[in-house]
Design a protein around this ligand. Sequence first.
Ligand code: SDX
Length: 430
Amino acid sequence: MTEKRTAQLNVNGKDLELAVKSPTLGPDVVDISKLYAQADVFTFDPGFTSTASCESAITFIDGDKGELLHRGYAIGELASKSHYLEVCYLLLYGELPTAQQLEDFTNRVTNHTMLHEQMMQFYRGFRRDAHPMAIVCGVVGAMSAFYHDSTDVNDPWQREVASIRMIAKLPTITAWAYKYSVGQPFVYPSNDLDYASNFLRMCFAVPAEEYVVDPILSRAMDRIFTLHADHEQNASTSTVRLAGSSGANPFACIAAGVACLWGPAHGGANEAALNMLREIGSVDRIPEYIAKAKDKDDPFRLMGFGHRVYKNFDPRAKVMKESADEVLALLGVENNPTLQVAKELEKIALEDPYFVERKLYPNVDFYSGIILDAMGFPTSMFTPIFALSRTVGWIAQWKEMIADEKQKIGRPRQLYTGAAHRDYVDVENR
Ligand code: SDX
């Protein structure tokens, strides 16, 4: 019998005992779910820096050690030994698949990569210069208008069908957003290609010539998908959970996640980081930008640096940095000036007390853009690729929440500092 552990709290003259719960890994949690009922007080934690919003068994991050585990497996091992669809299976079902399970899952995803033909019309409604994230967000939300047989969140089978549909169709939706932006014809998925190769072909093939997938690019693409797959209760995942807690259909919930990810403080940082590295342009201009990043009066931040949880290297950034070296060398662009600026910027920042004291290290978005740029993607496609990759994480977290009998609609309270009650004053008396 495990000993019942409690935390004592005295508030407004009341002595309270709050249950302390121990996780498999990470900090203990103090259960405050009954606090308001017992003591008529709220806790206050803007940005949720000290708040666990849910119980989850999917992903664990040790920010101090710089560790990331998916169902207990370290991201470094998964990135080098596994591949994206196998990681999708692991995130969704909790265990690494047998060969047969993986084959069945791969076939199910492969056979759902096409979109309803009428969805192609949506793209025509956007301006050609629309940001691909705007298109992806709109088209994912529109899926609920086409796949009515998988919108009932209370039906486990429909939840499963919607999950497979989104994992399968996000590459097509994302590739077509790119094709639309460059005025090229859409390329249909090809069932004889693996997930990453299929995405590359839908992005870069043109009717005028045969497209042969470069295995180097395909491996790099698959690794980028894997490194972005899931990441605990980050802002976009929390958005998906909150949207899902109202019973909204799965496509609407994932569209909400796409919208949140777009922000430059979150998934939009990969696009912002490459634009920043290009703006710096050369190693001799780095001190000027380091100074801007440290200047409290300057809103500029080093994009791709810092993290709410990691106070050490983001393990994904380490793998991404190794991959950048490998891919650029194999593509014959190892002297890429942007990569040189990134490496020197990282070196200088990590020796600067401002960054050292605040434990600001490169995060997943610092190097990813350099690889995607070398692969031929415009910066506007970086965050859509992050969204494509993270769809499985959002879905796994959403399914976990929906299946939790204890779950209820998320409804935070507030610290109200507005006007107390006052009577209406007619306009002539104001
Ligand atoms: C992702 O949550 C996740 O898991 C997200 C993600 C995922 O996979 O889902 O990992 C993906 O979003 C990665 C983060 C990408 N964002 C960026 O690279 C944008 C630049 N970074 C920051 O804006 C910032 O670091 C955040 C948003 C990532 C984290 O912000 P926090 O935790 O709220 O930290 P903070 O703003 O309170 O900063 C603490 C201090 C402040 O200085 P002081 O007030 O103490 O003097 O560090 C400074 C900040 O000014 N700081 C930076 C900085 N990041 C923090 N200063 C300069 N450059 C930076 N990048």
